[in-house]
Design a binder for this molecule. Structure first.
Ligand SMILES: [Mg+2]
Length: 265
C-alpha cells in the first residue's frame, strides 16, 4: 500500500503570507483556505508574539498551530495530533534574556540601540507600522527584546558576535531586530517535525516560506524551500539548491510559490 502523504507548510507571516504594509492576505485567502480544507497543515513560524498569533487565528477564523518569537515557543500541536502537547517553551524568559544582555553588552553598544518597548506608543506604532489596536499584542513579548540598531553593518556583526558568546542571538526581521535566546525558527520547526513524526505514520513533506534573513535556515531545511520577493532583502547570496522564488511580493507571491511547490510534489 502506498504511504499517505502529509504536507506541512511552515510559513513566515509579515512579508511572506501577509502584505508587508497592510498585514492582510485577502487577495489569496480563498486559496489559503482551500489548502487547509485539502488537509494541508499550515504552521505560521513568526517573530510575532503568542498574543498576535492568537489574534491572527481569531480574526481570520482559523485554528492553526504556530511558532512564536523566532522559535521561542510552540503552540497548539495537539490540534495536529491529540497526543502532542498544547505548548512547548523553548526559550528562557524575557527577564533572563534582559539580564544577560545588560551584563554583557557594553555602554558603547547600548548607546547605538533603541529599545522599542521603552518608546511612546505613537513612536512604536510608526516603527512597527501597525495600527494602534495591534500594538498591544505586538509588545507583549515573553521571550525577546525588540530593538533598532543604529550602527554600521560591521558594528551590527560585532554586536551579534558578543550576543552569541553570551548565549543569545539577534534575529533580523522586516522592520526591527529582536534579541532572543539561543533559538531560531529552524530549530523550533525541527522540534515540531520530530514530535509529529512520532505520532503520524504518514510520509511528511515540508514546504518552507519566508522573505527575510531570519527565515533562511528554516526554509533551507524543508523539502521545498520558498522565498517570497522582498525588495529590501538581497537574496542573490542565498545558496539553496532547489529554491523556489516568487516574482511578486506577498501575499500573491505566497500563493505563487506554494502552487509551484505543490506541482513538484
Ligand atoms: Mg517576514
Amino acid at each position: 500500500m502506498k504511504q499517505k502523504k502529509q504536507i506541512i507548510i511552515f510559513t513566515d507571516l509579515d512579508g511572506s503570507l501577509l502584505d508587508k504594509d497592510t498585514f492582510e492576505f485577502d487577495e489569496i485567502e480563498d486559496y489559503f483556505r482551500e489548502l487547509i480544507s485539502k488537509g494541508i497543515k499550515i504552521i505560521p513560524n513568526s517573530s510575532k508574539t503568542e498574543a498576535e498569533l492568537l489574534d491572527f487565528n481569531e480574526q481570520n477564523n482559523l485554528d492553526l498551530s504556530f511558532i512564536t518569537e523566532n522559535g521561542s515557543s510552540i503552540h497548539g500541536l495537539n490540534k495536529i495530533h491529540q497526543n502532542l502537547p498544547d505548548k512547548i517553551i523553548i526559550s528562557r524568559t524575557k527577564d533572563e534574556i534582559q539580564n544577560i544582555y545588560e551584563s554583557n553588552i557594553s555602554l558603547d553598544f547600548k548607546n547605538k540601540i533603541t529599545h522599542i518597548l521603552e518608546l511612546e506608543i505613537e513612536v512604536q506604532q510608526k516603527i512597527l507600522g501597525l495600527p494602534l489596536d495591534k500594538i498591544k499584542p505586538a509588545i507583549k513579548r515573553k521571550h525577546s527584546i525588540p530593538i533598532k540598531f543604529n550602527g554600521t553593518k560591521i558594528e551590527k556583526n560585532e554586536f551579534a558576535k558578543i550576543l552569541k558568546n553570551s548565549g543569545l542571538t539577534i534575529q533580523t526581521g522586516g522592520r526591527i531586530m529582536n534579541v532572543c535566546d539561543d533559538v531560531d525558527k529552524s530549530r523550533a520547526m525541527s522540534k515540531v517535525l520530530q514530535l509529529i513524526r512520532k505520532e503520524l505514520t504518514d510520509e511528511i513533506i515540508t514546504i518552507g516560506v519566508g522573505d527575510n534573513e531570519n527565515d533562511i535556515e528554516m526554509i533551507k531545511q524543508t523539502d521545498y524551500p520558498c522565498l517570497v520577493k522582498n525588495e529590501n532583502f538581497d537574496s542573490s547570496l542565498i545558496n539553496i539548491d532547489n529554491l523556489i522564488k516568487s516574482d511578486e511580493p506577498s501575499p500573491k507571491g505566497w500563493s505563487d510559490v506554494i502552487k509551484t511547490a505543490l506541482q513538484k510534489i
